[in-house]
Design a protein around this ligand. Structure first.
Ligand code: G3P
Length: 211
């Protein structure tokens, strides 16, 4: 399972990319708005840091607007992946864009049925939102596991990005459930590499050495 960073913060991306564990980045309108910067400029900087799929989301809700925005964003950099919201208009846009050779990431996916239709439309990526399902008492990781099985059984090439990740167990569970990618907020990525016993062990090694 590859690791993507779910942020539009360029400093965080630089730091985590330097650890050699990062394969891509996902953004959404909320994350871009949080940075208070020009959308295109931020995506350009991210593409300069990470050589992998970089998701940039459209804000149009109807097909023509999505197509217009997607074609424009695809010009920004060859690694830009167009993030399109799940729905009838979104699927129609995805099926056209993928035929044009533009890679799409269908976002706001909350069921295996939705993820199945995204694959039928030819989406390169699909993003089931694990944490937001957990929040309403539905086990989000089951959608990831079901999609992994469906895509495998029926030979779909769509890559599953486990999204809306809230803690390190989500990352471990996504890998076990068969997600191809987990997109993870910076704070959770930091926690992935930490363990109190590592700190205690290192302290002991160094104090023994100094004695
Ligand atoms: O970018 C999509 C997704 O990862 C958002 O997560 O934490 O806002 O539910 P969250």
């Amino acid at each position: 399972m590859k690791l993507f960073l779910d942020t539009a913060n360029v400093d965080d991306i630089k730091e985590i990319a330097a650890w050699g564990i990062l394969s891509g980045v996902t953004t959404n309108p909320s994350l871009i708005a949080r940075e208070g910067r020009d959308f295109r400029e931020v995506i350009g900087e991210i593409c300069d840091i990470v050589d992998g799929p970089i998701s940039a989301e459209v804000i149009s809700t109807e097909r023509e607007g999505m197509l217009r925005e997607a074609r424009e964003k695809a010009e920004w950099h060859e690694n830009v992946v167009i993030k399109i919201p799940m729905g009838k208009e979104g699927l129609a846009a995805v099926s056209i864009l993928e035929k044009e050779g533009l890679r799409c990431n269908v976002t706001l996916v909350f069921s295996a049925a939705q993820g199945y239709t995204a694959a039928l439309a030819g989406a390169s990526f699909v993003s089931p939102f694990v944490g937001r399902l957990d929040d309403i008492g539905i086990p989000g990781m089951e959608v990831v596991a079901d999609l992994a099985e469906i895509y495998d059984l029926h030979g779909f090439g769509t890559r599953i990005i486990a999204a809306s990740i809230r803690h390190t167990q989500h990352v471990e569970q996504a890998a076990l459930a068969g997600a191809h990618i987990a997109t993870v907020p910076t704070a959770v990525v930091r926690k992935l590499v930490e363990h109190p016993l590592t700190d205690i062990g290192l302290e002991k090694f160094l104090s023994d050495w100094n004695k």
